[in-house]
Design a protein around this ligand. Structure first.
Ligand SMILES: Cc1cc2nc3c(=O)[nH]c(=O)nc-3n(C[C@H](O)[C@H](O)[C@H](O)COP(=O)(O)O)c2cc1C
Length: 238
């Protein structure tokens, strides 16, 4: 028998392969969008490393989701058998969107900054998927995210610079996304910042180079994580 780490320590298992990638894109600018371009490259790279992975694309700018309504608001808190026909109908699309997220090993979000926050189209997607009982629950210990074990890559694009300097306090985009993803249990979040795109030619050039380096690093790190032994269990046993 080959002398491998797994043979020596049978409780150390290899990570399962990436099966599903969910790509949610939210820029109205299509292929001219920086967030969409960088996020697409990341999805392509992940797919190249995991040829068997299925990619589901939700372009919420091209095909906007409805805003949630009264029937959704009441129905989301009820078990399916207790919902009225109107509530069931209001939740049907949400069920599909949530199933896509539940199935995903990796979530890739392309997010332009709109007025210091996320586009309303992406906010609508968030409202559809962050549902009690499916994405989070409450207990006496407080809220618990139910969508654990996933990775997320968030590509944020901005005209200005928000990672440092005076505009930092106005960044309600990245902290919001980290908070809401964390709330539903997605805490392994990597962020690619494409910023300063409206600050002149040199700033744009620098931002493109920096975003490319950030993206490549993340894909490399994910590849290493996927092929390295999972020592979580051995750590717990030690
Ligand atoms: C409606 C709207 C609001 C915007 N608000 C901001 C903003 O608050 N701060 C900022 O730096 N850039 C803002 N921008 C500029 C975009 O963030 C910038 O063009 C970015 O590249 C958009 O991402 P995208 O290229 O992926 O579409 C705004 C653009 C639009 C269309």
């Amino acid at each position: 028998m080959k002398n491998t780490v797994e043979n020596s320590f049978p409780f150390i298992t290899r990570k399962t392969p990436m099966k599903n990638i969910l790509f949610v894109s939210s820029s109205p600018s299509g292929w001219n969008s920086y967030s969409h371009q960088f996020a697409s490259h990341i999805v392509d790279d992940l797919k190249a490393r995991h040829p068997g992975a299925k990619v589901v694309v939700r372009d919420v700018a091209k095909e906007p989701l409805p805003h949630v309504d009264a029937a959704f608001a009441t129905g989301r808190a009820l078990p399916p058998e207790k919902r009225s026909p109107a509530e069931a109908e209001a939740l049907a699309l949400s069920d599909i969107l949530l199933a896509e997220l539940e199935a995903a090993d990796v979530l890739v979000l392309a997010v332009p900054m709109h007025n210091f926050g996320v586009p309303s189209t992406l906010k609508a997607w968030i409202d559809h998927v962050v549902r009690p009982g499916r994405a989070f629950s409450y207990s006496e210990k407080g809220p618990e995210g139910l969508l654990k074990g996933k990775k997320a890559v968030v590509v944020v694009a901005r005209g200005g610079v928000y990672s440092e300097g005076p505009a930092r306090q106005f960044d309600f985009q990245e902290p919001y996304l980290r908070a809401v993803l964390g709330f539903i249990g997605i805490t392994n979040v990597r962020v690619v910042r494409v910023e300063g795109m409206a600050m002149g030619e040199q700033a744009l050039k620098n931002a493109m180079a920096s975003a490319k380096a950030q993206s490549e690093k993340i894909v490399r790190e994910f590849a290493q994580l996927d092929s390295s032994p999972d020592t979580t269990l051995s750590g717990a046993l030690a």
